[in-house]
Design a protein around this ligand. Structure first.
Ligand SMILES: [Zn+2]
Ligand SMILES: [Zn+2]
Length: 484
């Protein structure tokens, strides 16, 4: 008998962790960080302690209780507290792999805690993006997958045993994993490399959409996935439902509409144009890159974004290279705050600096003195830069990610608005096209794929599917199981 257990993320947007048992094998469909649950206990300065291994998350119930799946170095901590239920870490791995749909932390984050001998099956783009992101950030306890610190961190960081890594296996099209047939299909989402999966075993066929949309630039990918999924004659479709509510209230924008609306705003702007979006959202990048050119502005990005852009170019994404004459690089104050060469000595910075034309590196002062000549990509989590930039009258801030949260972090909107008010940038202009399909498109996807059973996940409103598809829909809560 096959079984699907919804460990987490059934009733929330993100945090997806699904266990699929098929042909005697076990796979996770994503193993994400659930921001909503996490935020019940933690916030900016109140975080799970790496010095307690898996302990903080275990005792707060933020990780599924399953033996044989967690890193041995982390499990050790709760064994010392007398907890035996997660095993010793010496057991054989209890799952054959993680099928990772895409590189958003709400799907990938908590892979960090899994045993590193459990392979991650995903796209080459997802791996490249995750690695590039880890290169440019300090190693994070909760989300570092390809470069995690072994606990307790007693060795020096120069010691090779200090770091560990998970292993990715690239999948594309149809493959056999331990006797289970997996078809990995590209789908369109707000991060490149996203995939939907068709899994075929002795007991039946399961389709998992991951996050996807039909109104984006790569809708053909999604269409092809739908076609393949339909042809497979699936028994169960596990489908996302982020936008089941809300699309009624708000008009649904395409990338073209974002281009037009943002273009209008930028044309009216006399001062500095600040834009906030994830650099990995390739088509959003192209939208603003193009708008910068059209408005005669230099397009300035941070060194981190330059690093990610370079990684995306390397794996064949349709982005301009760092040597494009209209791409500039915004140099932030670091360490001494005096822009000395030595302040930029981290490995990743050195690596990217070598690739940059030095004449295109600009500081806050240079932008301040020539505001109308620039469009600067500035993310909320880097708002301290506003203090150095001090944008003048007639400047604008365009917020071009989802309203309340990103798929990577929670944003405190009140705090964001305080910053903007203080620097005369309030109200923010919100211009965005969702990475997730609208309600009608979700219904279209489900009816086209035409499974025997529809299971909504990644949603707060699964009942909307019931209204449309009746008793074909099985609503699940975290912890529920479906046999097939
Ligand atoms: Zn998601
Ligand atoms: Zn996503």
């Amino acid at each position: 008998m096959g079984k699907i257990k919804f460990l987490d993320g059934a009733e929330t947007i993100g945090g997806t962790k699904i266990l699929l048992e098929i042909s005697g094998k076990r796979f996770f469909l994503d193993f994400g960080l659930n921001y909503k649950e996490r935020d019940l206990y933690f916030e900016e300065y109140l975080n799970p302690r790496p010095s307690n291994g898996i302990g903080d998350l275990y005792f707060l119930g933020l990780l599924p209780k399953m033996k044989g799946i967690y890193r041995k170095d982390l499990v050790k901590f709760i064994r010392k507290e007398g907890v035996e239920e997660l095993g010793t870490g010496e057991e054989m791995p209890k799952v054959n792999g993680v099928l990772l749909s895409h590189a958003h932390f709400d799907h990938s984050g908590y892979i960090a805690f899994l045993r590193s001998d459990i392979p991650i099956y995903t796209s080459n783009i997802t791996v490249a993006l995750m690695k590039a992101m880890e290169d440019v950030s300090i190693t994070k306890f909760e989300t570092s997958v390809f470069r995690f610190i072994r606990r307790p961190a007693v060795n020096s960081f120069k010691d090779p045993s200090y770091y560990g890594t998970h292993h990715a296996k690239i999948v594309k099209g149809e493959t056999d994993i331990d006797g289970v047939s997996l078809t990995a299909c590209p789908v369109d989402h707000s991060v490149p490399g996203a995939m939907g999966f068709i899994i075929k075993g002795e007991e039946g066929t399961i389709v998992y959409t991951g996050d996807l949309r039909l109104h984006g630039e790569r809708r053909l990918d999604t269409e092809q996935f739908i076609q393949k999924a339909r042809d497979a004659g699936p028994d169960i479709l596990i489908i996302e439902g982020t936008n089941l509510r809300g699309s009624k209230k708000r008009e649904f924008w395409t990338e073209k509409r974002v281009f037009e609306e943002a273009g209008r705003v930028i044309n009216k702007t006399k001062g500095l144009v600040l834009v906030d979006f994830s650099i990995r959202n390739v088509y959003r990048f192209l939208t603003f890159f193009e708008l910068a050119k059209l408005s005669g502005r230099k397009f300035a990005i941070s060194l981190k974004d330059a690093y990610l852009l370079d990684a995306m170019k390397d794996i064949g994404m349709p982005v301009p290279s760092l040597s494009h004459p209209n791409i500039y690089f915004y140099l932030e104050k670091r360490k001494t705050g005096t822009y000395r060469d030595k302040d930029y000595s981290e490995k990743w910075i050195k690596r990217i600096m070598k690739k940059l034309d030095k004449s295109k590196i600009v500081t806050a002062k240079e932008i301040r003195e020539n505001e109308s000549a620039f469009m600067l990509v500035l993310r909320y989590f880097n708002f301290q830069q506003l203090i150095d930039l001090r944008p003048g009258d007639g400047s604008v801030y365009i917020h071009s990610t989802s309203e309340a949260f990103t798929e990577e972090q929670q944003i405190d909107e009140r705090r964001m608005d305080h910053w903007l008010e203080h620097f005369g940038l309030y109200p923010r202009v919100h211009i965005h096209a969702s990475g997730h399909a609208k309600k009608d498109d979700l219904f279209y996807i489900a009816s086209e794929i035409n499974p025997k059973i529809i299971v909504p996940v990644h949603t707060e409103h699964p009942e909307e599917y019931v209204e449309q598809f009746g008793n074909k829909v099985k609503i699940v809560k975290n912890g529920d199981e479906i046999n097939f």
